[in-house]
Design a protein around this ligand. Structure first.
Ligand SMILES: Cc1cc2nc3c(=O)[nH]c(=O)nc-3n(C[C@H](O)[C@H](O)[C@H](O)COP(=O)(O)OP(=O)(O)OC[C@H]3O[C@@H](n4cnc5c(N)ncnc54)[C@H](O)[C@@H]3O)c2cc1C
Ligand SMILES: NC(=O)c1ccc[n+]([C@@H]2O[C@H](COP(=O)([O-])OP(=O)(O)OC[C@H]3O[C@@H](n4cnc5c(N)ncnc54)[C@H](O)[C@@H]3O)[C@@H](O)[C@H]2O)c1
Length: 452
């Protein structure tokens, strides 16, 4: 059978792939797209969106428990896990059908199945061959292989988000985003949780002082966090999952739980693509690309999102930003170069910790004359009003230009406040201008004047 021909063929229906597919199709291109999983990608089905549905309930339960303890509420909220997962499914279940209908409605040809390269410009999706002038690899990421002896069961984040019952005891391998967020959710829903992190700090990309406050608070609440503790093997022993670790001083320890969750990092999802058939080189961080997101080995191939080796973190706003850039580039609209500075990121613990721009250490190393504005803010109105026991901030200002170069916010409004700092940094708004901004009051943003 003759191969179907497209101007653009996209592998992956997540944030990066659909952004490019949509814009190229709107410009009249013949566009095909494939996914081996139900359409819609990670963020909407197995990542950000379902995760935050659980985070919302966890926050509500914790806040109500605080108000109950101070006799302001007559009852404290408890999470019904099965109901919460059902509620989550009302968001995730419709995604594939919505996505596929939308793709069809705008005239994109869809293929269900794993795509693999056959040649420089040709792919097989199952038994169907397609050819394209441009091919976009937007295949996202997948849990990193755990290179250790495993005889027990290790659950992925995808599986955690679909647990019908919450086990009593859960161990999280690794101390990054997934472990911290899921541990806070599971703990709020009544589980005993343990985090085993091999490095000296949980959440290595975040401000060390804010992280330490979050760690101490989490420990005080009953989340058991072990630093410098590397998981070396996992055994299933009658009813228990036993996790063996070794610490920095070579001391061995074992931890038992009902279930063990993989939070030990993700890698670009490239292994099934047969990239060697298309001369597409990769690194451990993804497909090697130039500043136009074009493969260094094959000018017909591009990569974006988690699958591309770019300076951006594997986050949804980065996938969308790269998608928008690539669509404009392919359509000949000469977009401005990609700007990876000051992209905000948040770990949705309770409370959340947010970062945008540089860490203090990075700014010092770059020779900025820094003014470091930092305080613990649990006595502030915005925290006391919701009985928040943990809030703080650190803002880094360049004395020479009065510009903000980094902001780190921990507390109940961190997730919205950080976007305002991102806007300020990306638009070059000075500290003085931001301090005088008449934000609506009382809001998280109206705290900014007091931070500066
Ligand atoms: C648990 C979790 C929580 C997260 N929370 C957040 C958050 O709060 N905020 C945030 O910004 N980011 C978050 N992320 C990260 C975010 O989800 C990703 O950065 C983003 O989804 C990447 O988009 P993408 O388009 O690159 O890839 P994806 O959305 O992963 O899409 C890739 C698609 O390609 C498909 N695919 C892969 N290989 C093939 C193949 N060979 N053939 C056909 N199809 C294929 C996959 O099935 C998938 O649908 C989270 C991630 C996880 C796992
Ligand atoms: N809120 C968000 O934006 C959000 C949420 C979840 C995931 N994500 C994205 O997904 C990516 C993957 O998340 P993640 O939490 O899996 O990875 P991560 O890279 O954030 O953290 C993994 C941690 O596991 C540790 N580790 C690895 N192997 C270990 C072992 N054997 N024993 C003990 N510790 C070990 C590593 O040192 C590392 O600190 C993130 O980098 C992020 O970009 C984002």
């Amino acid at each position: 059978m003759m191969a179907q021909r497209f101007d653009l063929f996209v592998i992956g229906t997540g944030s990066a792939g659909t952004t490019v597919a949509d814009q190229c199709r709107q410009a009249g291109w013949r566009v095909g797209i494939a996914d081996d999983l139900p359409f819609g990608g990670t963020c909407a089905q197995r990542g950000c969106d379902p995760k935050k549905v659980l985070v919302g309930a966890a926050e509500l339960a914790k806040t109500s428990q605080r108000f109950y303890r101070t006799h302001i509420l007559d009852a404290a909220g408890q999470i019904n896990w099965a109901q919460l997962i059902d509620f989550k499914r009302t968001f995730t279940d419709p995604v594939p059908q919505h996505m596929e209908s939308w793709l069809h409605s705008i005239g994109i040809t869809t293929f269900q199945g794993p795509a693999r390269f056959k040649g420089d410009q040709s792919l097989m999706i199952g038994e169907t061959e397609v050819e394209a002038e441009h091919i976009l690899i937007a295949t996202g990421s997948t849990p990193a292989p755990l290179n250790m002896p495993i005889s027990g069961k290790v659950y992925t984040s995808d599986e955690f988000l679909n647990w019908d019952t919450l086990p009593k005891r859960v161990i999280f391998i690794g101390g990054g985003y997934i472990s911290l967020e899921f541990a806070h959710i599971a703990h709020s829903a009544g589980a005993q949780v343990t985090i085993l992190q091999r490095g000296p700090q949980i959440l290595p990309g975040f401000d060390p002082q804010m992280v330490e406050r979050l760690r101490q608070y989490s420990m005080a609440k009953g989340i058991d966090i072990h630093l410098n503790t590397e998981v070396t093997s996992i055994e299933g022993i009658i009813g228990d999952q036993v996790v063996h670790t070794v610490d920095t001083f070579h001391n061995a320890q074992s931890f038992a739980a009902d279930r063990v969750v993989h939070g030990a990092g993700r890698i670009p999802n490239l292994s099934h693509l047969h990239l060697e058939h298309a001369h597409v080189p990769t690194t451990l961080r993804g497909v090697t690309v130039n500043t136009n997101l074009q493969s260094l080995g094959n000018a017909h191939v591009y990569a974006a999102g988690d699958a591309a080796d770019t300076p951006g973190l594997p986050l949804t706003p980065v996938a969308v930003m790269e998608g928008n850039f690539l669509a404009a580039h392919l359509l000949g609209n000469h977009p401005k170069p990609l700007d990876y500075s000051a992209i905000p990121t948040i770990v949705y613990t309770n409370p959340a910790l947010a970062r945008v721009g540089m860490l203090e250490e990075e700014a010092q190393a770059q020779g900025y004359s820094l003014q470091v504005l930092t305080a613990e803010t649990t006595s502030w109105y915005s925290s006391r009003r919701v009985l928040s026991p943990l809030s703080a901030f650190k803002v880094l200002v360049d004395r020479d230009t009065d510009k903000i170069v980094g902001a780190h916010v921990l507390g109940p409004h961190a997730e919205e406040v950080i976007n305002i700092f991102a806007l300020a940094i990306r638009s070059g708004i000075t500290r003085t201008e931001l301090r005088r901004m008449p934000f609506a009051y009382p809001t998280g943003a109206s705290d900014i004047a007091y931070m500066l």
